[in-house]
Design a protein around this ligand. Structure first.
Ligand SMILES: N[C@@H](CCC(=O)N[C@@H](CS)C(=O)NCC(=O)O)C(=O)O
Length: 212
């Protein structure tokens, strides 16, 4: 399998964590989101994903899967150990809710193309863009995720789940954009637990072959 990604892409980072937790080796193929005006928007990648986004997981039969949540659901169905989506339907719904809160509501508002539009087309100054990012990342974002968590070792229970695969890359984004989440004690607890695991550490952007 091949994972088309970018070291700093938090959506690709989610998939890297899931692959590592399951011990699945893939070939990592970088798609540079800034070079050549954004390689995600150029022909070879647009064929892989018409949304012009990473990640894309290409299976050995060349089937291409897009959207990190769908990719991780596929991995959980085909490599079931360790489970990332709990069997219990109520717990599974809670785990998915945290992943969706991050993936559908927090992350898209500070995605590269959104920030480029704010800066470029709308001509917003740096301070306004920074204020946009921290407002949406925190208010009704990470503070709501904090309220959704029970306060366990990981997001839910004593083992990492899909929710941790989404949370940790979003915290990387928060630090990158200087968004303070120190008051989120349940999030911090889950983060500290994840940091003890190689699967999370090896997925860090700084440890990827295309890291700059
Ligand atoms: N919902 C998508 C989001 C993918 C996404 O937004 N990827 C970003 C990198 S984190 C990207 O490719 N951005 C390119 C751009 O904005 O032009 C997923 O979960 O896979």
């Amino acid at each position: 399998m091949k994972l088309y990604g970018y070291f700093r892409s938090s959506a690709a980072y989610r998939v890297r964590i899931a692959l590592n937790l399951k011990g699945i080796a893939v070939e990592h193929v970088p798609v540079h989101l800034l070079r050549d005006g954004g390689q995600q928007r150029l022909y070879p990648h647009l064929q892989r994903n018409p949304q012009a986004l990473v990640p894309v997981l290409e299976l050995d039969d060349r089937t291409r899967l897009t959207q990190s949540l769908a990719i991780i659901e596929y991995l959980d169905a085909t490599f079931p150990y360790p489970r990332l989506i709990p069997e219990d339907p109520v717990l599974a719904a809670k785990v998915r809710a945290v992943a969706l809160a991050i993936g559908c509501e927090i992350h898209p508002l500070s995605n590269l193309r959104v920030l480029n539009y704010l800066k470029g087309s709308l001509g917003q100054p740096k301070e306004a863009v920074e204020s946009w990012i921290s407002h949406w990342m925190l208010n009704g974002g990470l503070d709501a995720v904090e309220a959704l968590l029970p306060g366990d070792e990981f997001c839910f229970g004593g083992n990492p789940t899909l929710a941790d695969c989404f949370l940790i890359p979003q915290l990387f984004n928060a630090r990158r954009f200087n968004v303070a989440y120190d008051g989120c004690t349940k999030i911090k607890r889950a983060e500290q637990s994840c940091e003890k695991l190689d699967a999370f550490m090896e997925a860090l952007p700084s440890r990827q072959p295309d890291a700059e």
